[in-house]
Design a binder for this molecule. Sequence first.
Ligand SMILES: [Zn+2]
Ligand SMILES: [Zn+2]
Length: 413
Amino acid sequence: MYAFTKAIVSYLAIYICFTKYQEMKHFDVDLHLHSRFSIGTSPKMDLPRMCETAHLKGVQVLGTGDCLQDVWLEELESSLEKRGDCYELEGIAYVIQTEVETTVKGRVHHLILFPSFSSAHELREVVLNNGYSRLTGGRPQLKISPEELISLVCEVDALVGPSHAFTPWTSMYAAYDSIRECYGENRDLVTFLELGLSADTKMASKLAELDSCTFVSFSDAHSAAPDKLGREFTRFCLRRPSFREIRRAFQGVNGRGVVLNVGLDPREGKYHLTGCRRCKKAYDLEDITADGNVLKTCPECGGPLKIGVKDRIRFLALKSCEVPLAQRPPYIHAVPLLEILKAMKRSNPMNVKKIYGELTREFDNEINILIDAPLGDVRQRHPELAEVLERFRKDAIDFEFVGRGGWYGKIKI
Ligand SMILES: [Zn+2]
Ligand SMILES: [Zn+2]
C-alpha cells in the first residue's frame, strides 16, 4: 500500500513539473505565405530571408508557403529541423502550409495547414494520381469542388479554411453566398476563416453563419520585405508553436486559442469600397443598381467596376435572418512600420531604412513597437512616431484615399 501511495505521489509530482514546464505562451503567427514558385512572387522569397524578416517583425511562427510544389517541398524538407512536433529554422517555427485554388463551381482560394511533410506528400499523391492538377505552380489549381477538397484534406489529417474569404476575386464569398453553399456537407469541418486585407473582425462578425469559425489574419505575403511578411498576423495562446497546438487552439482546448488579430485597416485594402478600376471613383451600391442588377462598368468612364468587401458583407448580412452571437478576440489595426516611417519622411528613403533598423534593434522587434511597447518609451526615442502610433492604437487614423477597385488605400499621417 505504501509503495502504491509513493508511486501515485511521484507520478503527480512529475505531472505537475511537466505541465508547469509546458506553460502557455503567446505566439505571433503568420501562416499564409508564398514561395518564389507562386505567380507574382519575388524571386528573393527564400527561407533565409523569411527567417530574417520574421525576427525583425517579431513573428515567431511562419507558414512555409507552397508546400505542394516539388522543388520548394524538397528545399523545405532539407532545411527545416524537426524538434518534437515542431519544425524549426534559425529560431523560427514553421507550419507546413500551402494555398490552393479549386476551379469546379467558381475559382476559390483555400489555405491548408499540414501536420507533417508525410501528410503533404499524401495529398500530393492523391492529387497527382487522380489528375486533379500537375502541381507545378506554387498555388496549384485543382479541378475539384471546395466540398471535395475538404474530404481530401481531412483524409490526410490536415486543416483547411477559406483564404481572404471576402475579396471580390477567387474567394469564397466572391463565388458563393454562404459558407454552407461553398463547402456543402463538409462545412462543419471548416474551423477557421482568413479575413484578408480588406476585412476585419468587426466586418466579418456581421455574418452569423461564421459563428463557429475562428477568424485568422495572415499576410498572404509574396515577398519577404518587412512591409509585406507579417503585415497581418494572429496572436495564439499555445504550449508550443506546432501544428498540433494550433489545431487545439481552433478547438479551444484547455485555454488555447486566438487572443488577438492584427492587420491593416480594411480601408487600406484594395477592395474595401465599391469602385472603378480605371478612374478610381467610389460608388454606393444603390447608385449603380438598376432593376436588382449591379452595373458591371463605371457610369463615369466605362471602366470595370468591382463590388467592395464592405458592400458584399452588408448584402450577405441582410440576407441572413440570424443574429451573430460569437464573442471574438480584439482586432488591432496596424500599418507596417516602414510604411509609417515612409509617410513621415517621404523624401529620404535611405533615412527611413536607417531609422527602421535602429528602432527594431532598440525595441527588439517591430510588433513590439506597433502593439506592445508603452507609448512613453517610444516617445522618449521618437516623439513624432509615438504620436502616430497613439492614433493607431486609439483607432483614430484618417485616410487620404480609401481602397477600391484594386487600388490600395492611403493613410494620412
Ligand atoms: Zn489567394
Ligand atoms: Zn470609372
